[in-house]
Write a protein that binds this ligand. Structure first.
Ligand code: SF4
Length: 273
């Protein structure tokens, strides 16, 4: 299919609100972590939303992010401008200062490291559009790559909704999850169909991206990350020891466990890939 056929096929499946927002000149903010879901979402949006209405934003997680995330985004977005933002404090510093790890129920790491910096970037971008005299300067569709299949919590998310908190000061802001109903297979297939590959960590055994060690990770991902990134792994273990806390929530089966107990990889073990 050529570009216009792809557009016609894709747009036929879109909610009416999205079609209207494209027509009204809304800016579609593509939240790009460098992971497979962001990559597939970008490719999907590239075929639907005119280039002048696309803005790619990456929240740089610094030392806790997989190496090469920004390079991977640049390599797979055909040289489109990329806005890289970051929080004032990194995750490890936050844990050190608070004396505790973030919890899956609160997820303050997500708001501090990702949502906050990205929303500040979007506000700056809309101010620039206003200064440039663009009529739809305050019309924003914030696109995120969460999928229902990932977790029960994500399956309950509403794929499209107006964000009341951000719809002020002349802005009209919507949150959209364009690939919410996609399977993992759909994601990898979409990337392959575009002639691209996902970031190398998937071939190395990781199922998820973003922070190398995530409070939501499963044992397999933690173990793979411990082997791929032993220096960073040691930092997390040192934080567990200095704070007297553990990073992962206790499980029903195993109770409270340190990272070393979960993964079986001791701090100081070299990379065993
Ligand atoms: S990837 Fe995990 S640890 Fe990192 S910010 Fe998101 S929820 Fe927190």
């Amino acid at each position: 299919m050529n570009q216009s056929e792809l557009f016609a096929a894709g747009i036929a499946q879109l909610p009416e609100q999205i079609i209207n927002l494209i027509a009204r000149g809304a800016v579609f903010v593509i939240n790009h972590s460098g992971g497979k879901d962001s990559q597939a979402m970008y490719l999907m949006l590239r075929d639907l939303v005119p280039a002048a209405q696309r803005v790619i934003v990456h929240a740089d997680l610094g030392e806790v992010e997989w190496p090469g995330a920004v390079d991977h985004i640049k390599a797979t977005t055909a040289g489109e401008p990329l806005h890289v933002c970051s929080s004032r404090r990194g995750l490890l510093q936050m844990i050190e200062e608070r004396g505790m790890f973030p919890s899956p129920s609160q997820r303050q790491c997500t708001s501090d490291l990702k949502r906050g910096p990205i929303e500040r970037t979007v506000r700056a971008v809309t101010r620039e559009r206003k200064a440039d005299g663009i009529e739809a300067w305050g019309l924003v569709v914030n696109c995120m790559g969460m999928r229902a299949e990932e977790s029960p919590g994500r399956s309950k998310l509403t794929p499209f909704k107006r964000h009341e908190g951000n719809s002020k000061a002349g802005r009209e802001w919507y949150d959209w999850l364009p690939i919410h109903d996609w399977t993992t297979g759909d994601v990898f297939a979409h990337i392959a169909a575009a002639g691209q590959s996902p970031h190398w960590v998937y071939a190395a055994g990781m199922s998820r991206f973003s922070c190398c060690f995530c409070i939501m990770s499963n044992k397999a991902d933690l173990t793979t990350a411990a082997r791929l990134n032993p220096d960073l792994y040691r930092r997390y273990i040192e934080l567990e020891r200095s704070t007297g806390q553990v990073m992962m929530m206790p499980s029903k089966k195993h109770g409270r466990q340190t990272l070393e107990q979960i993964t079986g990889v001791m701090a100081g073990e070299g990379a065993i890939v």
